[in-house]
Design a protein around this ligand. Structure first.
Ligand SMILES: *Cc1c(COP(=O)(O)O)cnc(C)c1O
Length: 359
């Protein structure tokens, strides 16, 4: 893919950038440039470009605004202590976007082009990748997304599609140390049904999760956990994070795929925990098994994972009329978390070959 680059005439000055990177928060500050490429059936992907970051013009009839034909990705670029910059398994995000786009009837962006777009943009905005001289967990969050930009209110796959990448510096997800999240079990809402789009990374899944998340807040919980739509019995995920259960014999279970979003953190943990000597199984996991397992002590740890938080221990689980206490331990959870963060930030050997050098 040939990319033309137009640099910002007035990039963020050093003092302001230093201020942003000292306390980046999440998703509020954006780097100086963005990547765009457009697609039509006649021309395929064309006009790949890096330009100054800024608002885009969209026709009010653009299909994405009406029918939500959209997919996205979430990944990070990490600065190692020697100044080099790396991404974590970017080809996995690229392949997942192909799968998501297939489900949303969007065109295929070749994984090589996806990785090139991310790599070139991060190179151009490399001064936006925060370092961690004092052992923190800052990174540059990278958000690739694809949407139906055709001006047309008929219902069919769009014939003008735009793919973009923007980036935003991110601080450590947990300020003041990792602490367990409490979960609300929603028995009213589900996030995905068989044959639906639960396995696709698409905005609609997030839109449908918001009301359940509000219910979680209203009940004093941090996050919501969804059950399967068919039987209301099996644990799926949090709507933005996948789940893991640790048993007292050291074995680990994670809900099987199909209606969950297959996280790259999730699949990395399957490999990592396996190498740490744990037996990991992907299977259906009943909500009763969770409640009973924590009460009996058979389940010693529960955790959730995703790019933003990496790994977070799960504390108590509440539902309408009941509550299960926090599992006994967070020991393995924290060791898995550390092992993953150490690879991402270059503090441990990348024995799996997961890191991709950008600068
Ligand atoms: C992105 C996402 C995850 C986590 O995936 P990672 O690749 O690990 O970041 C989990 N669930 C949903 C619904 C998601 O969209």
């Amino acid at each position: 893919m040939e990319i033309t680059t137009t640099l910002a005439a007035n990039p963020t000055d050093d003092a302001r950038l230093a201020e942003i990177l000292s306390n980046p928060g999440f998703g509020t500050n954006f780097s100086d440039h963005m990547f765009t490429v457009e697609w039509t059936p006649a021309d395929g992907w064309h006009k790949a470009r890096i330009t100054p970051y800024g608002p885009i013009t969209l026709d009010p009839a653009a299909a994405v605004l009406h029918y939500a034909q959209e997919t996205f990705e979430g990944m990070k670029a990490y600065r190692h202590d020697d100044g080099s910059i790396w991404s974590f398994r970017p080809e996995e995000n690229a392949k997942r976007m192909v799968r998501s786009s297939h489900r949303l009837a969007l065109p295929v962006l070749e994984p090589d082009d996806f990785v090139q777009a991310v790599t070139e943009l991060v190179k151009v905005d490399q001064r936006w990748v925060p370092g961690n001289p004092e052992g923190g967990e800052k990174s540059l969050y990278v958000r690739p997304f694809m949407f139906a930009s055709e001006k047309f209110l008929g219902v069919r796959p769009a014939e003008h599609v735009t793919f973009m990448v923007i980036t935003s510096p991110a601080g450590a997800y947990f300020k003041g140390g990792v602490k367990p999240v409490t979960l609300w079990l929603t028995e009213e809402y589900t996030r995905a049904g068989r044959g639906g789009m639960g396995a696709a990374k698409t905005g609609g899944n997030y839109a449908s999760s918001l009301v359940a998340q509000q219910e979680a807040y209203a009940n004093g919980c941090d996050q919501v956990v969804f059950l399967d739509a068919q039987e209301g019995r099996y644990v799926e995920e949090l709507g933005g994070m996948n789940m893991y259960f640790v048993f007292d014999d050291g074995s680990i279970v994670t809900p099987e795929t199909g209606t969950i979003l297959e996280g790259i953190t999730r699949s990395s943990i399957i490999e990592l925990a396996g190498k740490m000597g744990h037996h990991v199984t992907e299977r259906k996991f009943g909500i009763d098994e969770w409640r009973d397992g924590v009460s009996s002590g058979r389940i010693t740890e529960v955790f959730a994972c995703g790019t933003a938080a990496v790994v977070t221990p799960v504390g108590s689980l509440k539902w309408d009329g009941g509550e299960t206490p926090a599992p006994a331990s967070t020991d393995l959870t924290m060791r898995i978390r550390q092992a993953l963060v150490d690879v991402q930030l270059g503090r441990a050997d990348d024995t799996f070959g997961w890191m991709h050098r950008i600068v």
